[in-house]
Design a protein around this ligand. Structure first.
Ligand SMILES: Nc1ncnc2c1ncn2[C@@H]1O[C@H](COP(=O)(O)OP(=O)(O)O)[C@@H](O)[C@H]1O
Ligand SMILES: [Mg+2]
Length: 290
């Protein structure tokens, strides 16, 4: 089963040589450290693999894709940015990825994927616009990972999306104006029955490191998780998008490293959720994985 295989691969990564052991490296950074130290970042740059080492074995069953969604109350906070980055990272990792664009008016992800393909990317991302999460789920056969990008406002559809996702990421800026509605949405999702372990904030478009400290504290004080790392506001990220590249694929290594830190944190979250659902199923006496 695909999700079992992902977990097996994580364990294997944990046993890797120190230079290649980037998962272990991240866990050693600790959940409260805002960004990796300069030394850690230097190491990360060296240890970042060309491809995530969890490509499916031939003939393995892949019937149940993992769903990761990016939701929020506002436009322009980084939903499509992170969805595109995660799609690029996982595609490079040889997962079969579908980037599902539910923002049918803007179709940022679809247009970006088109540019990416037109520019001859070695890692084209398959993106498609859908009206509802139901439509997405009806057409995901054969995919490993479904990444759901959503419009810039929460609606009843947001709850449906969250219910269908193993992990729900809320990108947010660092001002109280951004953080307050983000935490409110987290609270609403939790009230509607989404386990809070599935939810996490991603801090985006920061201008200073101290913004990250304060924003992280705000989120954690409210009782929620902020992914390790943050995305600074940089023109280089916009330029990358214009060329069909992701924020992990800019021309500036320092920007790529920042983005990769957050992607690693997100991957770890996804893995942890898969592990948790496996344990839950075992406790229920059911061998299958939710
Ligand atoms: N960290 C950043 N630095 C610079 N530009 C950014 C950054 N994050 C996003 N952008 C740009 O801002 C715009 C809105 O971002 P996007 O991720 O599409 O927001 P959302 O999907 O939440 O509405 C895009 O043009 C994107 O390229
Ligand atoms: Mg968007």
């Amino acid at each position: 089963m695909f999700r079992n295989r992902i977990l097996t691969k994580i364990r294997a990564m944990g046993r890797g040589r120190r230079g290649n052991n980037y998962w272990g490296y991240f866990s050693s950074l600790g959940s409260h450290k805002p960004v990796a130290s300069a030394r850690a970042r230097a190491k990360l740059g060296r240890s970042w693999p060309a491809a995530y080492p969890f490509e499916p074995a031939d003939g393995e069953e892949k019937a149940m894709p993992v769903v990761v969604s990016f939701v929020g109350q506002k436009g322009g906070v980084g939903k499509s940015t992170l969805a595109r980055a995660f799609a690029a990272v996982a595609t490079r990792g040889k997962l079969k990825v579908k980037l599902a664009d539910l923002d049918v008016n803007q179709q940022t992800a679809v247009r970006w994927a088109r540019t990416r393909a037109a520019r001859g990317s070695a890692y084209p991302v398959e993106a498609e616009a859908f009206n509802t999460i139901g439509d997405v789920l009806a057409s995901v056969h054969g995919f490993d990972l479904i990444i759901v990008d959503t419009p810039g406002h929460a609606s009843p559809a947001t709850l449906d999306i969250a219910r269908s996702s193993q992990v729900v990421i809320l990108p947010t800026g660092a001002s109280t104006d951004d953080l307050y509605p983000t935490v409110l949405l987290l609270y609403e999702l939790e009230q509607m029955g989404i386990p809070k372990e599935r939810l996490a904030v991603a801090l985006c478009r920061l201008l200073e490191l101290r913004e990250e400290h304060a924003a992280r504290k705000y989120v954690e004080t409210a009782g929620y998780e902020a992914l390790l790392g943050s995305i600074p506001e940089r023109a280089g990220y916009r330029s990358a998008h214009n060329l069909g590249q992701s924020i992990t694929e800019t021309n500036e290594q320092s920007l790529n490293r920042r983005a990769r830190t957050l992607m690693e944190s997100l991957l770890e979250k996804v893995m942890n959720q898969l592990k948790a659902s496996k344990t839950f199923q075992k406790q229920q006496g059911d061998g299958s994985i939710a």
